[in-house]
Design a protein around this ligand. Structure first.
Ligand code: AMP
Length: 166
């Protein structure tokens, strides 16, 4: 399956120095969501490739408008979304993991993500509750929502996702 992470695509766009890259950099660093138009455009481009094995979307959709757009794009290809996987964690653990990720990046000789700091993270969580959490009801109503305990060991989380994907 092809993994499509909108976060990765946006980070690539910002290093490319394009006009779009400059626009998204500030938004990302503040911990806000990039516009639906930009994100849907990126996904549309990628879906035009080979789709036989299917896709895993990572960090997308993050708004109801993105979810609707994805459904339409897939329908045009004669495809549909089989599962929406919610990795269930609590905010305190999430904050700890992000702080750890920043430390590990520096320890490995690299730099931490510009949005892996307490202020941006607060904003990211707020954006999640306001704009992304309504997707739980949306996918529940469609019968595609699957919950995975994201507090479990990495191997267990991986096995749970593999089981869902069959
Ligand atoms: P992530 O790598 O998924 O943690 O995303 C990092 C940042 O990229 C987010 O905080 C947003 O600013 C932006 N981003 C990633 N995916 C999306 C999306 N589907 N919609 C809007 N913004 C996004």
């Amino acid at each position: 399956m092809i993994q499509l992470s909108t976060g990765d695509m946006l980070r690539e766009a910002r290093t490319s120095g394009t006009e779009m890259g400059k626009i998204v950099a500030d938004v990302m660093d503040r911990g806000e969501l990039v516009t639906d138009e930009i994100v849907i455009g990126l996904i549309r481009e990628k879906l035009e490739g080979d789709a036989k094995g299917g896709f895993i979307f990572d960090g997308f959709p993050r708004t109801l408008a993105q979810a609707d757009a994805l459904e339409k794009l897939l329908a045009e290809m004669g495809q549909k979304l089989d599962h929406a996987i919610e990795l269930q964690v609590n905010d305190e653990v999430l904050v700890g993991r992000i702080v750890n990720r920043a430390k590990e990046a520096v320890a490995a000789g690299g730099t931490a993500r510009a949005d892996d700091n307490e202020e941006s993270l607060k904003k990211r969580l707020m954006e999640y509750y306001k704009k992304t959490s309504p997707l739980l009801g949306y996918y529940h109503a469609k019968g595609t929502l699957r919950g995975v305990d994201g507090l479990a060991e990495i191997g267990t989380v991986k096995a749970s996702i593999a089981e869902i994907l069959g």
